[in-house]
Design a protein around this ligand. Structure first.
Ligand SMILES: C[S@@+](CC[C@H](N)C(=O)[O-])C[C@H]1O[C@@H](n2cnc3c(N)ncnc32)[C@H](O)[C@@H]1O
Length: 280
């Protein structure tokens, strides 16, 4: 027989289980219980004598989190920019710093009235979906090499009814995509091979979304070269905090004059915008 526990009994138990897995164990225990009971936090506070049904299933959720599985994969939800996206283990969990990349792209799209862009490495669809929602006339073609990521992106595109605005392609970079593109945006894998990562990242997030090659900046450089060769006007990319120098050197070697780097919320270099427009 499974002993029935009330909300006020089960939360301290869950907090104890989570104490080594996260910084705010009680907060996360509440999040898991809210998800499990499909109730909000106020309900938990006001009804703490209520019995938690299906305790075994709740305990399984807590065990997953105690084993460092990210909360977003357990609840299949991630908040990003102004929306909630579906997320599952086949795609990278969109990060808050990627919202800065979107703001950079937003300024360019708005200023130059851009109508056609490509995203390389669409993952969950976070960037493409946010931009498509912001610019109702924008058409986006978005690639990924991961079928799992594309299936998650498909769900998010449907969730926001953007099937006519975002075209997904299972391909590397922009191989086989020959539509006119004014701008490329990308948050590619940029971590150097063998870089140790926290267990919640290393053990759960797809390595094809995280790691590039020996130095980490290889795919970024391929994307820069591609943007130049394709004759797009703008390129906006996220990058690693220590990649400004090699990216600047690479841009110089290609004769790219206009490159602006931007920083993240921690003040670290986090991305760049290149303009290939020639002013005559
Ligand atoms: C860092 S994740 C970014 C996902 C999403 N755009 C975001 O910002 O949350 C990088 C994505 O690039 C994809 N990727 C890796 N190599 C690629 C390539 N050569 N061509 C296209 N996509 C690639 C990965 O599968 C992954 O989904």
């Amino acid at each position: 027989m499974v002993y029935k526990m009330t909300i006020k009994e089960i939360l301290p138990w869950a907090k104890e289980q989570l104490k080594y897995a996260c910084e705010r164990p009680l907060y996360e225990a509440e999040l898991l219980l809210m998800y499990h009971m499909d109730r909000d936090r106020i309900y938990l506070k006001l009804h703490d004598n209520v019995i938690v049904e299906n305790t075994k299933e709740f305990k399984e959720l807590v065990e997953r989190r105690a084993g460092h599985e990210p909360m977003e994969y357990i609840t299949n939800t991630v908040s990003f920019y102004d929306i909630e996206l579906y997320i599952a283990s086949g795609a990278l969990i969109p990060r808050p710093e990627t919202e800065i990349l979107i703001d950079r792209a937003y300024d360019i799209i708005e200023e130059h009235d851009i109508k056609a862009i490509a995203e390389i490495g669409v993952g969950s669809g976070a960037i493409s979906v946010v931009l498509a929602r912001k610019f109702p006339e924008l058409q986006i073609v978005s690639s990924d090499i991961s079928k799992d990521a594309l299936s998650i992106a498909t769900q998010n595109i449907k969730r926001f009814d953007l099937q006519n605005r975002i075209e997904l392609r299972h391909t590397s970079l922009l191989d086989g995509i020959d539509t006119d593109i004014e701008m490329i945006i990308s948050n590619p894998p940029y971590i150097a091979k063998n870089t140790p990562l926290a267990p919640n990242v290393a053990e759960y997030e797809p390595h094809t979304a995280l790691y590039s090659q020996e130095k980490g900046d290889e795919l970024l450089k391929e994307i820069i070269l591609l943007a130049k060769e394709r004759g797009v006007k703008y390129l906006a990319c996220e990058m690693g905090y220590d990649q400004r120098e090699p990216i600047q050197e690479f841009a110089d070697s290609l004769g790219i004059k206009s490159i602006e780097f931007y920083k993240d919320f921690a003040g670290l270099d986090r991305g760049f915008v290149m303009r290939f427009v020639s002013y005559v």
